[in-house]
Design a protein around this ligand. Structure first.
Ligand SMILES: *Cc1c(COP(=O)(O)O)cnc(C)c1O
Length: 351
């Protein structure tokens, strides 16, 4: 080991799902939306090509912040935007989780949380799920330095009712509670209204899933104006220009077109419900998903085998060779026709 290495910040990075280069595959492995974003996004980007990219973007991304605030009936001071919700969550971890007490999150959840905790040297405790993979709100009453919960949870897809979230908030007035609602538009009820009642609640959402814009990297947080101000102070101490001109323009256009994303989400929900029935007939079991993915386990065939067989047929799903979840596959809900191809392939594999 070189002598300077002792001062290196060593990190075990998050591993994103594969982005295969070949064409013609059916990609159901990273929960992207199979439909294009609102047509208004395309127009906004075309118009952008005539504008002046020599200039820095607006450091406050005020146009985008205002569009999001209008959509959710908030004040701009109650909205923070970032480069995907990954960036927003990372800023929130840095801003709010500075206690000696551990932060709490479920043992099975979005696998970025422990990565951020490690890199920012935040102590944490991963709380086991119930046997049926649900979260028990009672588990989140230990002394803690903060709480983060994905709702619906990933990769289980299980949704926690708003009153359960509220019971966690009631038990934790001394900590910031972050609710990561990356999938909330696919059937759950947002806990956003609770920000008026709990000044320690931060609700994080993203344009990547329901608004079909993973490639643009836009995420946002909503909460009490003083929480948002603390986050902006940290953000402006690291990088003022996180949101580029294209993301601001495209995101603003998307935020204004509510009807569009609601209709694509409705299509995905319809497809999901149909696929649930078909999967049951093929011998799969799964918790009830309120997201754009299904977390499935077959009664007899190993998940790893199914994963490999699907890949051979050009269908990518997600598999983790990890304890507790190694019997499961996470399958993103794609278009109706892609899902039919998936079901046909599964019928062939399972025989
Ligand atoms: C996809 C996802 C995110 C991050 O999405 P961005 O593309 O960075 O906005 C955050 N949390 C969960 C649970 C997710 O599944």
């Amino acid at each position: 080991m070189a002598e300077w290495e002792k001062n290196v910040r060593k990190a075990v990075p998050y591993i994103p799902g594969e982005q295969p280069k070949e064409s013609g595959i059916i990609k159901l492995n990273t929960n992207e939306n199979p439909y294009p974003p609102s047509p208004a996004v395309k127009e906004a980007l075309e118009e952008l090509s005539h504008r002046d990219l020599r200039l820095y973007p607006d450091p406050d991304a005020s146009e985008l912040v205002k569009a999001i605030a209008d959509e959710y009936e908030l004040k701009p001071e109650e909205v923070f935007v970032g480069v995907g919700s990954d960036d927003v969550l990372s800023v929130a971890f840095q801003t709010f989780f500075n206690s000696q007490e551990p932060i709490l999150f479920p043992e099975i959840t979005y696998s970025f949380y422990d990565v951020w905790a490690d890199i920012y040297k935040i102590p944490y405790e991963a709380i086991p799920l119930n046997k049926d993979l649900t979260i028990d709100p009672e588990d989140y009453t230990l002394d803690n330095g903060g709480i983060v919960i994905a709702n619906p949870n990933a990769p289980t897809g299980i949704y926690l009712e708003r009153n359960a979230i509220e019971s966690i908030l009631k038990a934790n007035p001394g900590s910031v509670v972050i609710i990561d609602e990356a999938y909330i538009d696919f059937g759950g009820q947002s806990c956003l209204p609770l920000i008026k009642k709990y000044d320690n609640l931060l609700v994080v959402q993203t344009f990547s899933k329901s608004r079909s814009m993973a490639g643009m990297r836009i995420g946002f947080a909503m909460g009490n104006a003083s929480l948002i101000k603390f986050m902006n102070d940290v953000k402006f101490s690291v990088n003022s220009y996180t949101m580029n001109r294209a993301a601001i323009a495209a995101g603003t256009a998307a935020a204004k077109d509510t009807a569009y994303y609601k209709s694509t989400c409705a299509k995905i929900i319809r497809t999901r419900e149909r696929v649930k029935n078909a999967l049951i007939r093929l011998g799969f079991e799964f918790p009830d998903s309120r997201t754009n993915f299904l977390f499935v386990k077959h009664k007899t065939m190993e998940a790893k085998t199914i994963f490999e067989e699907l890949k051979k047929r050009g269908i990518y799903v997600r598999y983790w060779d990890k304890p507790i979840i190694k019997d499961y596959l996470r399958i993103t809900v794609g278009t109706s026709s892609d899902m039919q191809k998936l079901l046909d392939a599964l019928a062939e594999i399972i025989g």
